[in-house]
Structure formats: C-alpha cells, structure tokens
Design a protein around this ligand. Structure first.
Ligand SMILES: [Zn+2]
Length: 238
C-alpha cells in the first residue's frame, strides 16, 4: 500500500511519500500545521542549509533549471523556472503550489533529484514528460532507476475548466459537464506523461489528496480565491 506520511519537524508539518522514503530520498511537502496558513519566507529559512536553498519564481512555462556545482544563485535570489534539478550534495531545491501539481523525481540511488510545478499551462506544454527526459539526460538515468511521486493537487471532481483549457487535453483526462465546461484531471495527465516518457507505472505514486477538499491541511487557490499561502515541496540530493 502506497501512502503519505505526515511528520512534524522543526515546527513544520511535512508530508512525505512512501515510494521516496523507501529509497531514503530526502524530500517533503510543507503543509498547514494545525490549520494555520503557510508563510513562505520563514519556511524557506527553516529549510535552508546554509546558502544551499534554491527557490523558484514560477511563470507557468516549461523551463526546468539545472543547479550545477558552481551555482551561486541561491536563496534569497529566485530562479525563474517551473522546475529545478540537481545532483549537488546538500543543495535543497523547492517549488511551491496550491492547486497545481507538484512532481517529485529521484534517482533511486539518491544521486539526483528533480521537482516540477505543473499547473494546467505547464501540463499542456508537457512539462512532466520534458522534465523527465531532461532529468534522465542530465544525469545518465534510465527510466527503471527513477522513483516518482505526484503530490496533492486539485482533483478532477473539483476542477472545472472552460473549453479553451479543455481543448488542450486528451479525452482520457477530461469529462464533459455538458454545458461547455469540463472537469480536468491534472494528476492523471502528468502521470500519463511520465509513463509515456518511459517510467513504469509501479514507480509512480499519486497522492489522492485534493487541495480544494483538504482545507485543514492544504491551500487551494480556487477555494481561497485570493492566494493566501502555498505548500512548499523540497528535495535534497545526497
Ligand atoms: Zn476536491
């Protein structure tokens, strides 16, 4: 049984995934603690290990930045990208999401990690598939050597979109509401992209948590209207 685990560390509530814990991969998603809003900057300061914390300014594109050993643009600088990857020991990469899909990729031997932010725009651009291909090419990885987790995001039942969005997606991941509106399954589409880039389905864990439904644990842009906080996903290469 694949499940998520919630633990408390350093005053933060952290969700982690069985499939990544199995390989000892340092990772997690900072979620609400006792229902409190997440304030990003103090969380970044707690996650930082010296000057090795990489933080994104996300633009709903498909660029994923590689953090090389000589990298010097760490927090509080922000990297314009919708994903980060690294094999630098001790470097902590982060992304932030509310309803968008956080995707965690790791080499099972723990030498390289990658985080992807996939909202509908990035998903339509194929960011999961491109990101996985870029990750394998950068670190010489084969599909069978990678473990993946798709984290909490807005679920299909809670995510109604218009045809201008739905038209960008295949019928396997959308259902018609019959009035020109559709229900889009972003988690399923990102899973489909990872499989189409070669990952065995058994190496992909998909969270069943919905950001819109789980108000005591998670932020939702749709539910909260104006965005108050976001969950911060992090990974670290060893
Ligand atoms: Zn929901």
């Amino acid at each position: 049984m694949k499940a998520e685990l919630i633990s408390e560390k350093n005053g933060l509530s952290i969700l982690s995934f069985d499939i990544l814990n199995r390989y000892g991969i340092k990772h997690g998603m900072v979620i609400k603690s006792n229902g409190r809003e997440i304030d990003k900057e103090p969380v970044y300061q707690k996650l930082g290990t010296g000057d090795r914390l990489a933080v994104t300014h996300q633009v709903h594109g498909d660029h994923i930045e590689t953090i090389p050993p000589e990298f010097s643009g760490y927090y509080p600088k922000k990297i314009e990208a919708d994903g980060l990857m690294t094999s630098v020991p001790g470097a902590v990469i982060t992304i932030h999401t509310a309803d968008c899909v956080p995707i965690f990729l790791a080499d099972k031997e723990n030498k390289a990690v990658c985080l992807i932010h996939a909202g509908w725009k990035g998903t339509a651009l194929g960011i999961a598939q491109k990101g996985l291909q870029q990750f394998m090419a950068a670190y010489g990885l084969k599909p069978g050597s990678i473990a993946a987790a798709i984290g909490p995001a807005i679920e299909q039942n809670c995510y109604q979109v218009g045809s201008e969005v739905a038209d960008r997606f295949g019928h396997s991941v959308k259902m018609s509401d019959g009035n020109g509106k559709w229900r889009l399954d972003l988690k399923a589409e990102n899973r489909r992209q990872l499989i189409s880039a070669g990952l065995p389905p058994g190496d992909i864990q998909v969270s069943e948590l919905c950001t819109f439904c789980q108000h005591s644990l998670l932020h939702s842009y749709r539910r909260e209207k104006e965005l108050k906080g976001q969950m911060i996903s992090f990974m670290e290469a060893l």
